[in-house]
Design a protein around this ligand. Structure first.
Ligand SMILES: NC(=O)C1=CN([C@@H]2O[C@H](COP(=O)(O)OP(=O)(O)OC[C@H]3O[C@@H](n4cnc5c(N)ncnc54)[C@H](OP(=O)(O)O)[C@@H]3O)[C@@H](O)[C@H]2O)C=CC1
Ligand SMILES: Cc1cn([C@H]2C[C@H](O)[C@@H](COP(=O)(O)OP(=O)(O)O[C@H]3O[C@@H](C)C(=O)[C@@H](O)[C@H]3O)O2)c(=O)[nH]c1=O
Length: 295
């Protein structure tokens, strides 16, 4: 199986390259400079030349706060760019696996969101990703949209790495405790994508197509996540860091985040038999990779 994945340095792309190695899967990362998602004309040619069996649409404009003042580029990449990737897959006649986000929800629901729940993004990033979901579904019926959340990994920029970086110069951090979600390892996402892609290329069942939630098992607030990171850091010989649990109002940001963005992943478990590990277990693996500086 040959997979074309959009982006090069991103967390999910890098995790796919790492997890695909040695499994008889050829993964080709297609990104800048040869393909710019903000330049639709560059997309079809760059993807078709790879002659893939599946396209994984993992590249996105992910700077949540910056998107508030950069909506045109966020929409160009996350909506028009995603649409062009899905159209390219349709033209080649292959499935597209598109990655989306918990931020398509408002966060008002008191329990975990299912795929049937109404969306209602409260940030430009979330709005642009929802527009992308709709455009992907319209462009290629042979699609899987995977909504994931709170992604961390040894690669790129993420909350876990931000916490570790801040801990180098501080012994006390203030972190919001009233936003709840599901931390998800990009390495686990990569394993799931590989399993999903191999089903899609062999099984035309409609029940395997559509929108699915894919997050780490369990739930946490950002403060819980930070505390667990620092427990593990201390166990691995690092310094002790105190987390002060604060409210969203105490930590003003340009973009609003959902208060609740927990996602129910039952549909994926039922249709694909896939369930990701508990986030704390996966977080420990990622921490060990980062602190030991290698796999
Ligand atoms: N990070 C998170 O917490 C979450 C992410 N998601 C979604 O998961 C997917 C993967 O996210 P993640 O791996 O964390 O993303 P990253 O922020 O780590 O990487 C973003 C990727 O997108 C690429 N990219 C950005 N703009 C363009 C552009 N104009 N043209 C081509 N490539 C571009 C980057 O390119 P380059 O390689 O050149 O830097 C990079 O490879 C995204 O769709 C994201 O919306 C969903 C939920 C949570
Ligand atoms: C750095 C920091 C953040 N925070 C808060 C701000 C915010 O509410 C929360 C997370 O902040 P970040 O900016 O790191 O994370 P954010 O960019 O909001 O992460 C999101 O990224 C996009 C791409 C997604 O799709 C989402 O699923 C989600 O992972 O933690 C603190 O309370 N203290 C801190 O020291």
């Amino acid at each position: 199986m040959r997979i074309a994945v959009t982006g090069k340095q991103g967390q999910v792309v890098q995790s796919l390259l790492r997890r695909g190695a040695g499994k008889g899967v050829e993964i080709i990362a297609v990104g800048r400079p040869e393909m710019d998602l903000a330049d639709p004309a560059s997309i079809a040619a760059a993807l078709s030349i790879v002659n893939p069996d599946v396209i994984v649409s993992a590249a996105a404009y992910t700077a949540v706060d910056k998107a508030e003042s950069d909506a045109d580029l966020a929409f160009a990449v996350n909506a028009a760019g995603a649409a062009a990737v899905a159209e390219s897959a349709a033209r080649i006649g292959v499935p597209v696996v598109h990655i989306s986000t918990d931020y398509v929800f408002s966060g008002d629901k008191p329990s975990a969101y299912t795929e049937e729940d109404m969306t209602g993004p409260i940030s430009v990033y979330g709005q642009s990703k929802l527009a992308g979901e709709r455009a992907v579904a319209a462009a290629n019926p042979n699609h899987v949209i995977l909504r994931t959340a709170w992604v961390y990994s040894p690669f790129g920029a993420n909350f876990l790495k931000t916490m570790l970086r801040l801990s180098e110069t501080r012994d006390h951090l203030r972190v919001v405790a009233d936003q709840t979600g599901c931390p998800t390892s990009a390495l686990d996402i990569a394993d799931a994508i590989l399993a999903i892609a191999s089903r899609l290329v062999t099984d035309p069942a409609p029940s395997l197509r559509g929108t699915f939630h894919l997050t780490g098992s369990g739930e946490a607030s950002w403060a819980d996540f930070a505390e667990e990171i620092f427990v593990e850091l201390h166990k691995l010989g690092g310094k002790s860091i105190r987390v002060e649990r604060i409210t969203t109002a105490d930590y003003p940001t340009p973009a609003k985040r959902p208060a609740n963005s927990r996602l129910s992943c039952e549909k994926l478990a039922t249709r694909y038999g896939l369930r990701l590990a508990d986030w704390k277990q996966s977080m420990r693996i990622v921490m060990q990779v980062i602190l030991n500086k290698g796999f």
